[in-house]
Design a protein around this ligand. Structure first.
Ligand code: NI
Length: 137
């Protein structure tokens, strides 16, 4: 156990604990502590998102390579928000489809707004934003 780690006991109804153990086993956790740590961090992240605090976000989109207009619009948005869009990964999925992972950092509302702007562009076939911490926790 790490020096800055503290152990505590949790009481749970047996049935609930059994369900929890089954769930975390299916998700690949080796022990309850690791699963509970992740749940707690997730709940703090939800608060950060709700309170419009600094977060990191990854936006994954799929679009048609042939849409020249869309590629241009995507470039324009990324230049416009160059301080919030910190990286991009472009993959040519097949002959017609592109996948992009756009990494954003900023206040959660702004990150959401930029992601919405991109997802709703004509020609974007699928888009999904995922939040994470912008700093170590
Ligand atoms: Ni491509």
């Amino acid at each position: 156990m790490a020096k800055d780690t503290k152990r505590f006991g949790v009481s749970l109804p047996k049935g609930l604990l059994k369900k929890f153990d089954k769930k975390i086993q299916n998700e690949g956790y080796n022990n309850r502590s690791e699963a509970i740590r992740d749940l707690i961090r997730d709940s703090f992240l939800e608060d950060k998102i709700a309170d419009d605090q600094e977060v990191a976000g990854t936006l994954t989109i799929i679009f048609d390579h042939d849409s020249g207009e869309l590629s241009h619009q995507l470039e324009s948005i990324q230049h416009e928000y160059y301080q919030k869009i910190i990286s991009k990964l472009h993959i040519h999925l097949d002959q017609t489809h592109c996948l992009e992972v756009i990494v954003l950092k900023g206040k959660s509302k702004k990150v959401k707004a930029i992601a919405k702007k991109i997802i709703t562009l004509r020609g974007v076939k699928h888009g999904k934003l995922t939040f994470s911490y912008s700093g170590h926790k």
